[in-house]
Design a protein around this ligand. Structure first.
Ligand code: ZN
Length: 275
């Protein structure tokens, strides 16, 4: 099955790259109804806690921007296929000119470095938002349960591997021409999505506001233990879902399921991807 799906946003080509897929246990979810928790516990192949790990390739003029890079072997044999997906899109790692990381969690950054710590993307300029850079370079993360020393160690290893070609940028600055970051604080302090604008068309990537689309659209109160600041992440999820359903934006995100691009609409007390 193909790992990629492409659309054109004006003159910019955007390709989703599926690094892999996972079913996670109920223990990583918060605010679940008992009934749903039971399904997740009873059915190892359930749809509710099924998720994808995505990266994105954005091609404009002579730039090949890769956003996120998957989790390598860190989450088991069903993930770690970012280079296969890139190959399917016709690119080798050395063809990537720019690399942007939505945040420095392992499922987004491990694929940027080989197991020996060297950079996978030999010609890419790495761009990181200043707030995210500062968070992972501080020592405060050790107080946060699931973002402990191991995850910070990987984040620092990635920053080290690209230290000679690293741009720490602010939210106001373009990532490349036509692509800007979208501040979605909470999941991590500098967590972001991005938007692509070209001609009269646009696409919004919503970062990691949804880890489990089949649960969190219907009930946005369902959260995960991976949020550094739970309250802010929850408020961000509701605000962004409100915004994109009102504005009818074309959307995708870091853990979006197939089809990879769609519109979110209000449905009942929650939301759904429009048919
Ligand atoms: Zn993620």
């Amino acid at each position: 099955m193909s790992r990629i799906s492409s659309i054109n946003v004006g003159s910019i080509k955007v390709t989703s790259l599926r690094d892999g897929e996972l079913v996670l246990p109920a223990e990583v979810l918060l605010n679940l109804r008992d009934e749903e928790a039971q399904i997740i516990k009873d059915e190892p192949e359930n749809e509710l806690s099924y998720t994808n790990v995505n990266a994105y390739l954005i091609q404009s003029d002579d730039r090949n921007l890769l956003v996120d890079a998957g989790c390598r072997e860190l989450f088991g044999p069903t993930c770690g296929f970012i280079q296969d997906a890139l190959g399917e899109a016709g690119l080798k790692p050395d063809d990537v000119t720019d690399l942007f990381l939505t945040h420095l969690h392992p499922d987004h950054i491990a694929g940027t470095v080989n197991t020996d710590g060297t950079a996978v993307f030999g010609n890419a300029q790495l761009k990181i938002l200043d707030k995210e850079y500062e968070f992972w370079n501080s020592d405060t993360f050790e107080a946060v349960e699931v973002n402990g020393a191991e995850w910070a160690g990987l984040a620092k290893a990635v920053l080290g591997a690209y230290s000679d070609r690293l741009d720490v940028i602010s939210f106001e600055k373009d990532i490349i021409s036509g692509v800007t970051s979208l501040a979605i604080p909470g999941h991590t302090p500098g967590h972001s999505g991005f938007r692509v604008d070209s001609g009269h068309e646009s696409l919004l990537h919503l970062g990691d506001i949804l880890h489990f689309q089949n649960l969190q659209l219907i009930d946005p109160n369902v959260s995960t233990v991976f949020d550094v600041d739970y309250d802010t992440a929850l408020a961000s999820r509701k605000k962004v879902l409100d915004m994109v359903s009102t504005d009818k934006n074309l959307c995708t995100s870091g853990h979006w399921l197939a089809p990879k691009f769609g519109h979110i609409e209000r449905r009942g007390s929650g939301f759904a991807v429009a048919e």
